[in-house]
Design a protein around this ligand. Structure first.
Ligand code: DX5
Ligand code: ZN
Length: 215
């Protein structure tokens, strides 16, 4: 069970101290948005490079961008320990996943709520993580989509059949009230933005989420 707070809900003027505030988490989830794949614009490679220099924990990049085949490898080459791209945007997901791994990153494949999992199950040998979105990507603070739990269970079953170690991440609306159903469905990496940075103490919120996910 791993917790990956999303810095999308952090204070962008103080990202170094915002990373220090979540140093008891397993990962720092960094949402890269290009205003094309999603209707929002956040940050790009230069900021990720700067975060990598100061982060006390590994960086989990979630790329919500067009043409990840072209742009995602640079994030792995910069040293991001995990790089996740969207299958809806990728031309050749298998080759891209292999490229990310050979650059030293864990390779993640993200799927939007309306995208089925089954057509991509044969990519599992080339993946380290599958991200099942539990909101439409683009913004923090949205409501959790419980109807995605069947997809989490479907991915978990496929991972069990495959036999390898592939993590299943959920992202969007994950909080103390929704994390247990995610864990029950088979997720093992939990992204939480507003539930962590909106709390009085980010560190305490992380500990509470971890305890609930491990129950
Ligand atoms: C949304 C992002 C999420 C977002 C989650 O597109 O991918 O990582 O920060 O925020 P919360 O946890 O507030 O739903
Ligand atoms: Zn995200």
């Amino acid at each position: 069970m791993q917790i990956s707070p999303s810095i999308l809900s952090a204070d962008f003027a103080n990202l170094q101290s915002e990373l220090d505030a979540i140093s008891n988490a397993d990962w720092a989830h960094v949402d890269v948005m290009d205003n094309h794949f999603v209707p929002n614009l956040t940050l790009g490679l230069p900021v990720v490079e700067a975060l990598l220099k100061v982060s006390p924990i590994p960086i989990d990049c979630h790329l919500m961008i067009e043409d990840p085949d072209r742009w995602a490898p640079a994030f792995a080459e910069a040293g991001a320990q995990s790089v996740t791209f969207h299958v809806e945007a990728a031309r050749d997901p298998r080759t891209l996943a292999r490229t990310l791994r050979s650059a030293g990153a864990r390779a993640g494949l993200a799927i939007k709520p309306g995208t089925p999992w089954a057509p991509y199950a044969d990519l599992l040998p080339d993946l380290d993580m599958v991200l099942v979105m539990t909101v439409e990507p683009g913004f923090g603070g949205q409501s959790f989509m419980a109807d995605q739990m069947s997809k989490v269970a479907e991915v978990r079953a496929a991972v069990a059949r495959h036999g390898g170690e592939v993590w299943i991440q959920v992202d969007g609306g994950v909080s103390a009230t929704t994390i247990e159903q995610c864990a029950e469905a088979g997720a093992d990496v939990f992204v939480a933005g507003s539930a962590v940075y909106g709390a009085d103490s980010a560190a305490t919120a992380i500990d509470e989420l971890r305890a609930l996910a491990t129950k």
